[in-house]
Write a protein that binds this ligand. Structure first.
Ligand SMILES: NC(=O)c1ccc[n+]([C@@H]2O[C@H](COP(=O)([O-])OP(=O)(O)OC[C@H]3O[C@@H](n4cnc5c(N)ncnc54)[C@H](OP(=O)(O)O)[C@@H]3O)[C@@H](O)[C@H]2O)c1
Length: 310
C-alpha cells in the first residue's frame, strides 16, 4: 500500500500540469511556459537554465520558451534531454518555442537559422518558431530594412519543411498583425507580447484573439518583482500589494500566482521566468482556483501602459 501511495505521489508530481490550448493550425500548446530569457540576470552562469528546465519538467511544465537572443538553447536542450533520459517525458510530450533574431530576417536565412537552433537544442523540430521582433538589423546591430512579410515567407518555408510545427510572431502591433494577415499563406498561430498588471495590452490582446491568434504573455509579473533596469520607479502593484493580497488570501495562493491566474483567466499563455526550484513549482500551481470577473477587472485597473522594457 505504501509503495502504491509513493508511486501515485511521484506520478502526480511528474504529470503535466497545464491544460492545452488548440492553436489555429490544430496544434496544441500547454498554457503555461517556462521563460528562460534571463534579462538582467545574465551575469549568472547560463548552466542554471539546464537545471531550471529539468526542475520545470519535474514540476509539470511541458512548454519551454527560449530564443537565439537568450544564448541558452544548448542548456534548454540539455534540460529536456535529461528529463527524457530519466523517463519523465518524451520529446512528443514537450512543446518547445524558439525565436528568430533580428539580424537573420532575409527569407533565405530563416530556415538556416532555425536549423542552427535545432542543432543547439539537439532536436529535429521545434513546436513553435516566432519572429522575435518586427524589425531587422544588420549583424553589427545597425538597422536594416527587410520587410517582415519577406521574413514570414521564410517562416512558412520552415513550417512546410516540418522544422517548426507552428509559426508565429512576437512584439507585433495591431497594424503589423493586420498587414501580415492580409499577405500570408499561413496565418501566425501566436503573437508573444508583454502583458502584466501595469501593461494589460487589452486592445492588442482583443484584436489578436478576435483573429484566432493565441497570445503569449511575457514579463507576466510586470513590476511585481524588482526590475533593476527601472529600479523601483515602475508603477504598482508590488508583490505585497493589498488588492492582490486580498485575492491571494481568499484562494490560499501567493500574489504572484494570482497575477499568473489573472492572465490565464484572460485566455493568455503566461511565460514566467524563474531559475529557483520552489518558485518554478509555484508558478505552475495555478489550476485549483479561478478568479471572478470582478477580480480580473480589479487587476486590469492597475494598467498604466507602462512596459518593463524600454
Ligand atoms: N518575446 C519577447 O520579446 C520577450 C521579452 C521578454 C521576455 N520574454 C520571455 O518571457 C520570459 C519572462 O519574462 P521576464 O523574465 O522579463 O519577466 P517575469 O517572468 O515577469 O519575471 C522574472 C523575475 O521574477 C522572479 N520570479 C519568478 N517567479 C517568482 C515568484 N513566484 N515570486 C517572486 N518572484 C518571482 C524571477 O526571479 P527568480 O528566477 O529568482 O525566481 C525573475 O527575477 C522571459 O524569460 C522570456 O522567455 C520574451
Amino acid at each position: 500500500m505504501r509503495v502504491l501511495i509513493l508511486i501515485c505521489g511521484i506520478g502526480m508530481a511528474l504529470a503535466a500540469k497545464a491544460p492545452l490550448k488548440v492553436l489555429n493550425d490544430g496544434n496544441k500548446m500547454p498554457i503555461v511556459a517556462l521563460g528562460t530569457g534571463r534579462g538582467t540576470a545574465q551575469n549568472k552562469p547560463v548552466e542554471e537554465v539546464r537545471d531550471a528546465v529539468f526542475w520545470a519538467i519535474e514540476a509539470g511544465y511541458r512548454h519551454i520558451d527560449t530564443a537565439v537572443l537568450y544564448n541558452d538553447e544548448v542548456q534548454v536542450g540539455q534540460g529536456v534531454a535529461e528529463a527524457i533520459k530519466k523517463g519523465i517525458v518524451t520529446r512528443e510530450q514537450m512543446f518547445i518555442t524558439t525565436k528568430l533574431p533580428n539580424d537573420r530576417h532575409p527569407r533565405d536565412q530563416v530556415v538556416t537559422t532555425l536549423k542552427e537552433s535545432l542543432g543547439r537544442l539537439g532536436m529535429d523540430y521545434v513546436d513553435l518558431f516566432l519572429i522575435h521582433f518586427p524589425l531587422s538589423t544588420k549583424s553589427d546591430g545597425s538597422s536594416d530594412n527587410i520587410d517582415y512579410l519577406d521574413t514570414w515567407k521564410g517562416m512558412e518555408d520552415a513550417k512546410e519543411l516540418g522544422l517548426a510545427k507552428s509559426i508565429g510572431i512576437s512584439n507585433f502591433g495591431e497594424a503589423q498583425v493586420d498587414r501580415l494577415l492580409a499577405n500570408c499563406k499561413i496565418k501566425p498561430a501566436v503573437n508573444q507580447i508583454e502583458v502584466n498588471p501595469t501593461m494589460t495590452s487589452e486592445p492588442l490582446v482583443a484584436h489578436c484573439q478576435s483573429l484566432g491568434i493565441a497570445v503569449m504573455a511575457y514579463s507576466p509579473f510586470g513590476f511585481l518583482v524588482t526590475r533593476t533596469r527601472h529600479n523601483s520607479t515602475g508603477p504598482p502593484p508590488r508583490i505585497d500589494d493589498s488588492t492582490l493580497n486580498k485575492i491571494a488570501q481568499k484562494y490560499g495562493k501567493t500574489t504572484s500566482q494570482v497575477v499568473l491566474r489573472y492572465l490565464i483567466d484572460r485566455d493568455l499563455i503566461p511565460v514566467p521566468k524563474s531559475t529557483n526550484k520552489d518558485r518554478i513549482a509555484q508558478n505552475i500551481d495555478l489550476f485549483d482556483f479561478k478568479l471572478t470577473a470582478d477580480e480580473v477587472n480589479s487587476i486590469s485597473r492597475f494598467n498604466r501602459n507602462v512596459s518593463v522594457f524600454d
